[in-house]
Structure formats: C-alpha cells, structure tokens
Ligand binder design. Sequence first.
Ligand SMILES: C[S@@+](CC[C@H](N)C(=O)[O-])C[C@H]1O[C@@H](n2cnc3c(N)ncnc32)[C@H](O)[C@@H]1O
Length: 452
Amino acid sequence: MLNKRKKQILDYVNRYKTKNGFSPSLEEIKKKVGLSSVSTVHHHLKDLEKLGYLEKQGGKVRSIEPKEIMVAIPLQGYIAAGQPIEAVNEYETINVPKSLLSRSGEHYALKVAGDSMIKEGIFDGDTVVIRKQSTVENGETAVALINDNEVTLKKIYRERNRIRLQPANPNLKPFYFKEVIIQGKVISTFRNLEEQERKDNFKFNQFLCGDVLEMFKKIPDNSIHFAVTSPPYNVGKDYDNHNDKMSHQEYLDWLYKVWIETKRVLVDGGRFAINIAPTGIRDFVPIHHDYIEQMKKLGMKFRTEVLWYKQTMLKRTAWGSFKSPANPHIVPSWEYVLIFTKGDNRLDGDQRMADITKEEFMKFSDGFWKIQPETQRKGHPAPFPEDLIYRLVKFYSYKENNILDMFGGTGTVATIAKRTGRNFVHIDISPQYCKVAKDRVDNEGRQKKLLA
Ligand SMILES: C[S@@+](CC[C@H](N)C(=O)[O-])C[C@H]1O[C@@H](n2cnc3c(N)ncnc32)[C@H](O)[C@@H]1O
C-alpha cells in the first residue's frame, strides 16, 4: 500500500495531467502537497517511479507520465470511523487508480466520517477502497455491520466469546459484540485533493447556491460553531426548485446524508438546532421522532428542545369531528426546535465574546417561546421569524462564531448572523431565494453602517 504522502503526490500528478495535458513541476508539487523542499518531492517521485506508478520521459521535470489506469467502482456512501452509524447506500461511481485495487475480487469505495482510525492513516474525509469479503485475519481493518443496519470501520479481533472492534486512535475505547458481519476489507485509502484544496481556501460570509450535499463539499471539517435550519418537511410545499414530495424513506435517507455532513463541519461542542413542525393533522407524520433517531445513530447528543408556540389558534378551521369524540383533530399550534451537540456540551470561546444580556438569557432559557410566524414571506412559503433565530444565535453562540444554515431560504440566519457580529454560511438550491438572501444581508450591512 502506498503511504499517504505518496498517494497525495500521485493523485495530484494524475489530476493535473488530466486537466492540463502535461505534468506539474516539482515546485508546483511541493506547494500543493505542503512539502518543505523540492528534493523531498524528487525523492518521492523517484520512489513512485521505482514502484511503477510514474515514468519520466527524456529526464525532463515536466514529463512525469502517470502510468495509472483509472477504474470506476461504486461509491456506496459513508462509513463511520467513530461511533457506528446507520448504513447508507449511495449509488454513485468514483474513479480510482487501478493500483489501489487488489488483483482480484469485487471492490467498492466508502467515504470516511470520523477519526477513530487515524493511526492507520485513515482520516475524516478520506475515501477507502474495500474488497468484498466475509472474513478477515485478526488485526485487519474491515467494514463491520452491527445491529442489523449500522456499519463501522475498525480493526477486527476475535476473542474467546466476543469480537473486539478496535479503533486505531489511542483516545478511543474498543466496542465488543457477540456477532459482527464482515462486509469487506480495507485495501487502500486516498483523499480527494481538489476537495481538500477547496476546503482549505474556504471563506465565510458566503452564499452557496446549489444542492446542499454538493455545497457541503466546500466547507471545512470542524469549522462551524452553530448550525441552525428548517429542512424541507417533504409535505409538498411549493419551493422554487425542490421536490418536496419524495417517499418517506427516500426523504429520510437523503436527510441522513445532510446530517452526516453537518456533524463533520461542526466543531467539538458545536450545536445543531433543527426547527420542525408536527406535520399532518389527519395523518400525523412524526418526522421529529425520525430526526432524533437519526441524530442519535450519528452519535450526536440530544441536548434539549424548545417549544415554539406560534399563537395562531385564532385562525383555526380544521376541527375534525367538532364537539364530538368521534374523530376530533388536535391542531399543532407549535413547532419544535431540537438542539443537538457534537461531542462536548460545552462550547469553548472567549467569554468577552458572549454578548447575551442578563434579561435575554433569563428569558430565552425558559424553553417555551411565544413568537408569531413570519408575516413578511419574501416569496417563500416558510421563512423563519427573525426573533426565533435571534434567540437561538444569541443563546448558543459567541460573537465572531461561524453560523450555518444549510437550507437557508430567504437568509434569515445569515441576516441575524450579520446583525449580531457572527459569520455565516448560507446554502440553498434556489437561485431566487439566494438572491433574496443576499439582498437582505447587504441591506443589513448598510443599516449597520448607518447606525455606526
Ligand atoms: C423550510 S425552507 C427554509 C426557509 C428558511 N428558514 C428561511 O428563513 O427562509 C427549506 C429550504 O430548503 C431549500 N432546499 C430544498 N432542497 C434543497 C437542496 N437539495 N439543497 C439546498 N437547499 C434545498 C428550499 O429551497 C427552501 O428554501
């Protein structure tokens, strides 16, 4: 197996060559891969040449020829290198150098979420190539299926009455199981350098207009202090650019991938607030229960919930069997805000950056919030009321923290972030809503300047 550095160099050379038609210079490789000297690059290239991955033509620097043949294998979603997470199957393909596969067998790739295998050179965000097989030798790293539908990446040890799943991270404890189904062995690992480069150059206070999972690829790991969102509820709302009526399972599978990314980008101690309304008066759909289950499977801690009482009962029409117990309806006059944390409950920060007042703190820490729904719709079916976001942002983050809304709509979160001196990242698939959001934030900036 190639070591991490050599794989980085090989990936970069391959990618550069495909893009430009010629190979990068030693200096370019040095800069890209973060090496200290050109001679170290040269040394690695020599090794790659000896191993048959690259070949030089006429001894020229810009003539490293990748000999690599690329092969498409299925990318079957995420694997936890940490707490086991529910198996998700995505059916994309990914091109990998043939040298990363073993000579025989069926292969697939998985993206790694978590840092439990770092001592084996497998890092959060890496992609691992797996060969399908149902047994491994003691000490080999494998994909283990446990509890029917959770998968994890660990070193496997068979002990007398149990199987030990051993993390390769001295800070983490092993898991023990009576039964484990081995789904394959790790053959190799690599990192998408282009994606990494995009993350390294990421700037906050951005509107990322596009599909949430695509846009997440730009956001660095462990960079967001507070994520807050109201996802599409899959109830057939008329959004500008989104199918809000998938099958329930399809919807949950899609959101689960969004939650995995959310966890990845949160800092340790970072919070995630999901606003969700109880939906369906006749056919009640408890999506909030599903979200809580999903978060728990991901290893997020369910910290608390806020009841947002919307004070809208005056407009009531759906009674069901009026004045009869035959089939009366309860009309949800509230929404939930479910609060989860990644890792520690405590969010580190400079106390001088805590800008919540005593009155605000006392008021917001009572979890029953009476707030009218937003009346200024701005062409959107379900915008947040500003007060709801103001309370959450002030209560759960410090000034200058980074705040994310991955279904940002008309930009309420970005606007409040700007107003309160936080940084924001706004994602939405709709160009129309992104424009509304940008105008709102620009306007907020102008107001601030006028007041200053
Ligand atoms: C419930 S609304 C959020 C409204 C927002 N809280 C506000 O204050 O305006 C959900 C948003 O998710 C967006 N959306 C739906 N599917 C998406 C996707 N695949 N990627 C990114 N955004 C998406 C919709 O355009 C919609 O604006």
